[in-house]
Write a protein that binds this ligand. Structure first.
Ligand code: GUN
Ligand code: ZN
Length: 432
C-alpha cells in the first residue's frame, strides 16, 4: 500500500451542468491510498496515516493531486512535424503530414517516435491518450506495445484512407476492414489497450470504405470510432463536393452508421444546431483541440452551445497540428478561444475537460479521469509554484482556484512533480 499526500482534487459532478461548488471536492491536507494499481481510499491525510499505518507515504506537500490528464485526440506519428510553418489544413496535410506518415512503414522509425511521444506525454502529466496512427498496421503495433511497456491505458487505431492521399498511404475498403479487424482481435482490451476504428476523415475515404468501417463497428460495438469532423471551411466545401447527396458533413458519417455512443469527432468546430442536436441525441462525443484550431487557423469551438445541448466534450492536443503536448497549454488556449466567444470558462471546468470530461467522451470514465475509489491509480502531482513568474502570482492569491489558474495559463512540464501510472511511480522531478 502507498499513500500519495497533497491537496487532493476530485469531481462529484460535471461543473458545466452544476453549481461549481457542488461539482468538486478538495481536501487541502489529503491523501490517496493505492493498493497495487487501484485507488483504495481517499481522505484526510492524518486519518489515512492512522488507518493504513504500514503504508509508504509519498508526500507532495502543497502540490495538487489529481487524476492524470487525458489527451483525447492526438496523432503520435506527427511528433516529428510539430510546428510546421505557414499552411492551412489541406495543404498542411499534403506538404508536411502525409510525407512524414509514409515513413511509418518502417517499424523501427515508428517505434522510436511512439516511444518518444509517450515519454513526452508522461512528463507532461498525461497518463492516457487517444491517438491516430498511420495506415500501416505496424504503426499501431508499436504504439500499443510501447504503451503496454509503460502500463498505460491508451486508445488508438490504424488510419483508414483509400483516396486523396499519396499512394503509399492508401489501403482499400477490404484491406482497411481486415487490417483493423486483425488489430482489434490482437489488441482490444489487452491489458489497458482499447481499439478505436479510425477512418481518418470523410475526404480520404470512399463511400465503400466508410460503409465497410460502419459494418466493422457494428461487429465490434465495444470499440470506439474516431475521426475528424468540420474542422475547416475549405474542408467542409470539399466534403460537399465529394458527397453531394449528404445534407451536412455529419450526415456523411451518419449515412454509413459512423455515429452513436463511442463515436469521437475531433475538432467539430463549424457545426449547425441541427448537427449539435444529432451529436447529443446519438450520445456521440466531440473533442476540442484549441492549440491546433488556432495554429492551423480553423476556427472557434462552440463550447457554450455544445454544453447547452449536453454533448460529451473532451480536450485534445491534436499534436502535431496542435502545438504542445502539455494539457496546461491546451487548457490555456481553450480558455482563450472561449473568451473570444464571450464565454468565460472556470478553472475547474478546464480541469474537468482535461480529465473527467475527456474520460467520459472516450467512454473510459468507469476506470480513469477522476480520483475515485476503485479507479486505476493514474495520478499526477502538480506543483502550483513551478516558476518564479507563476509563484509571484500564486502568493498573491487567496482561493484555491486563484492559486491554480496561473499554472493552467502559464504552466508546462516543469509543473509536473510526479506521475503515477497503474499504481507505479513512472516519472518524478526527483528522478531527473
Ligand atoms: N483532418 C484529417 N487529418 C487530420 C490531421 O492529421 N490533423 C488535423 N488537424 N486534421 C485532420
Ligand atoms: Zn486530428
Amino acid at each position: 500500500m502507498k499513500i500519495i499526500a497533497g491537496r487532493v482534487l476530485s469531481f462529484k459532478k460535471n461543473p458545466f451542468y452544476n453549481l461549481l461548488n457542488d461539482s468538486y471536492h478538495l481536501i487541502d491536507e489529503g491523501g490517496v491510498v493505492i493498493n497495487n494499481n487501484i485507488i483504495e481510499d481517499i481522505g484526510e491525510i492524518n486519518y489515512l496515516k492512522k488507518k493504513y499505518s504500514t503504508a509508504e507515504v509519498f508526500d507532495y506537500g502543497k502540490s495538487l493531486i489529481s487524476a492524470g490528464f487525458i489527451d483525447s485526440h492526438m496523432h503520435y506519428p506527427q511528433t516529428g512535424i510539430i510546428a510546421s510553418w505557414g499552411k492551412r489544413l489541406i495543404d498542411w496535410l499534403n506538404e508536411y503530414t502525409f510525407p512524414e506518415e509514409i515513413k511509418f512503414k518502417d517499424s523501427l522509425y515508428a517505434r522510436n517516435i511512439a516511444s518518444k511521444t509517450l515519454d513526452y506525454l508522461i512528463k507532461n502529466g498525461t497518463t492516457t491518450a487517444s491517438s491516430f496512427c498511420t495506415t500501416h498496421p505496424q504503426s499501431v503495433e508499436v504504439f500499443f506495445d510501447e504503451a503496454n511497456k509503460r502500463e498505460m491505458l491508451v486508445l488508438g487505431g490504424k488510419n483508414c484512407m483509400d483516396r486523396n492521399a499519396p499512394t503509399d498511404l492508401l489501403d482499400t475498403p477490404k484491406k482497411s476492414f481486415d487490417e483493423s479487424e486483425n488489430l482489434i482481435k490482437k489488441w482490444h482490451n489487452k491489458n489497458r489497450i482499447k481499439y478505436a476504428i479510425t477512418p481518418r476523415f470523410a475526404p480520404t475515404s470512399s463511400p465503400d470504405q466508410l460503409e465497410a468501417l460502419g459494418h466493422l463497428w457494428k461487429k465490434y460495438p465495444d470499440c470506439l470510432m474516431q475521426t475528424h469532423l468540420s474542422e475547416q471551411k475549405e474542408e467542409i466545401e470539399w466534403v460537399k463536393k465529394l458527397f453531394p447527396q449528404s445534407q451536412s458533413y455529419l450526415d456523411v458519417y451518419e449515412k454509413f452508421s459512423l455515429i452513436g455512443n463511442g463515436a469521437i469527432y475531433g475538432h467539430s468546430i463549424h457545426l449547425s444546431q441541427d448537427d449539435i442536436n444529432k451529436i447529443s441525441d446519438t450520445n456521440s462525443s466531440v473533442i476540442h483541440c484549441p492549440t491546433s484550431n488556432l495554429f492551423i487557423g480553423s476556427g472557434l469551438f462552440k463550447m457554450r452551445e455544445l454544453n447547452e445541448s449536453l454533448v460529451k466534450i473532451g480536450l485534445g492536443t491534436d499534436t502535431g497540428g496542435g502545438t504542445s503536448f502539455s494539457m496546461f497549454k491546451t487548457m490555456s488556449e481553450a480558455y482563450k478561444v472561449s473568451q473570444l466567444n464571450k464565454n468565460v470558462i472556470h478553472p475547474i471546468q478546464l480541469h474537468w475537460l482535461a480529465t473527467q470530461g475527456s474520460a467520459i467522451a472516450l467512454n473510459i470514465d468507469d476506470k480513469v479521469g477522476n480520483l475515485k475509489i476503485g479507479n486505476y491509480a493514474d495520478i499526477v502531482a502538480i506543483n502550483l509554484t513551478s516558476t518564479g513568474e507563476i509563484k509571484q502570482r500564486y502568493i498573491k492569491s487567496s482561493s484555491f482556484f486563484e492559486q491554480y489558474f496561473p499554472t493552467i495559463i502559464m504552466g508546462d512540464d516543469r509543473a509536473i512533480e510526479a506521475v503515477w501510472i497503474n499504481g507505479k511511480l513512472i516519472h518524478s522531478k526527483q528522478m531527473l
